[in-house]
Write a protein that binds this ligand. Structure first.
Ligand SMILES: O=P(O)(O)O[C@H]1O[C@H](CO)[C@@H](O)[C@H]1O
Ligand SMILES: [Mn+2]
Ligand SMILES: [Mn+2]
Length: 396
């Protein structure tokens, strides 16, 4: 069976339990979906994901509130990551056939003085913090200082990221983006090789009322090789990107990319794509799960966002046609019940559905996220790259 349109949705950070190599990341016991289910004590309700077979992925340990479906409507499984990191870039690139096998630069002690000096010289601003920090805490703790002095807040995390927080009224957006572009330009090569420079603008009158805005912008490394999206585009297919996808791939392999304000907006734009007549791949990232709830270790908000997503998913499913395919997965975990505030190395769910399916079956444990992209390529008759095994022929 082949499909005219494939809709991929990445629910950012929705992991489904510790990966086989979680120990190497200090993430033994991490379980994003499991801990959200536990938190809700039976009241975590995601009927559309349930019917597709969400708990069928692990029937021995179903997610609380989500019974194992007797006759799942979708194909279900989980995917293991082969990239050496557990950030969004690693996850998304791997899904599209380009795993990150060389470690990216990681600075848990803060960035070297030489880099800070260059950034200060370029920006004419003093830099403060320069260590791993939670992004909401950092503006709470240093935002008022920034308002008084105009200093730049530079921080990092457990990922290969250099983040710059800037109050929009103190450091205008355009200036912040220029500084980030400069930071990007000098951190491409080793020893830096930083995955992403992230502009983190925020607004508000004082530390108890600061909020980050959707003017966040990620300046990622350019893909180091051809991705499955490049292959699709080169074959003349439409590749529609919704949300952070455009940033993560630096615009490569995309025929049309739209920015989103929130998960809801991301679903609106995905549904708009479903209403369009196109031939190819629509690829959506829903980042709120990660940024607003996972890193904030907020299981209540995370669960609520998943339940809201499930409602919007029902709406999307209602728009899909018999020759459409839907693939839902994630890029890493970010367990709100786990220590710290970083991503967690987990398996990610794989749920595959089409209105034409008579029912679904297990797809097993996929050895790389690349199986996703390989399936999309096989569907469109496009030659695949080195990584990934298609599961297209399992779908009946
Ligand atoms: O704490 P905030 O600013 O949300 O940052 C988080 O967002 C980054 C990108 O996902 C992660 O590396 C983590 O640092
Ligand atoms: Mn992510
Ligand atoms: Mn994150």
């Amino acid at each position: 069976m082949t499909f005219k349109r494939v809709f991929g949705i990445v629910t950012d950070s929705v992991g489904i339990g510790e990966a086989s190599d979680a120990k190497d990341f200090g993430d033994t016991g991490a379980d994003t979906l499991g801990h959200i289910g536990e938190f809700y004590k039976g009241n975590f309700k995601v009927p559309n994901l349930e019917k597709m077979g969400l708990s069928n992925i692990r029937p021995e340990n179903p997610i609380e509130g989500v019974p194992v479906a007797d006759a799942p409507s979708g194909y279900f499984g989980k995917m293991h990551e082969i990239s050496v990191g557990k950030d969004s870039m690693d996850g998304h690139w791997e899904m599209m056939g380009l795993p990150v096998l060389e470690p990216l630069g990681f600075f848990p002690q803060g960035f070297p003085q030489e880099l800070i000096d260059k950034l200060e010289k370029f920006s004419g601003r003093h830099i403060i913090v320069n260590k791993p920090y939670s992004g909401t805490d950092v503006i709470h703790d240093y935002g008022e200082h920034q308002m008084a002095t105009g200093d730049l807040i530079v921080y990092t995390s457990g990922d290969s990221v250099l983040q710059i927080a800037a109050h929009e009224d103190v450091i205008p957006l355009e200036e912040l983006y220029k500084i980030c572009e400069y930071a990007r330009s000098i951190t491409i090569d080793k020893p830096y090789r930083i995955g992403r420079i992230i502009a983190r603008p925020y607004v508000g009158p004082d530390k108890d009322h600061f909020t980050r805005t959707s003017n966040r912008h990620d300046f990622a490394l350019e893909p180091t090789g051809e991705t499955d999206m490049d292959r699709l585009k080169a074959a003349g297919l439409d590749v529609l990107a919704v949300g952070k996808i455009n940033d993560i791939f630096s615009g490569h392999g995309i025929t049309d990319g739209v920015h989103t304000e929130s998960n809801d907006d991301g679903m609106d734009k995905t549904i708009e794509n479903a209403e369009k007549d196109f031939h190819g791949f629509s690829f959506t990232n829903l980042v709120d799960f990660d940024a607003m709830y996972g890193h904030r270790r907020n299981p209540e908000g995370y669960g609520k966002a998943l339940m809201a997503f499930d409602v919007r998913l029902g709406e999307l499913m209602g728009k899909l046609k018999d020759d459409d395919l839907l693939i839902i997965t994630a890029d890493h975990g970010n367990d709100p019940g786990f220590k710290g505030t970083d991503h967690t190395r987990e398996y990610v769910p794989l749920l595959v559905w089409s209105p034409s399916f008579k029912g679904g079956k297990a797809l097993g444990i996929r050895q790389t996220y690349g199986d996703f992209g390989a399936t999309v390529l096989e569907n469109f008759g496009v030659q695949k790259g080195e990584y990934g095994t298609s599961f297209l022929s399992d779908l009946k």
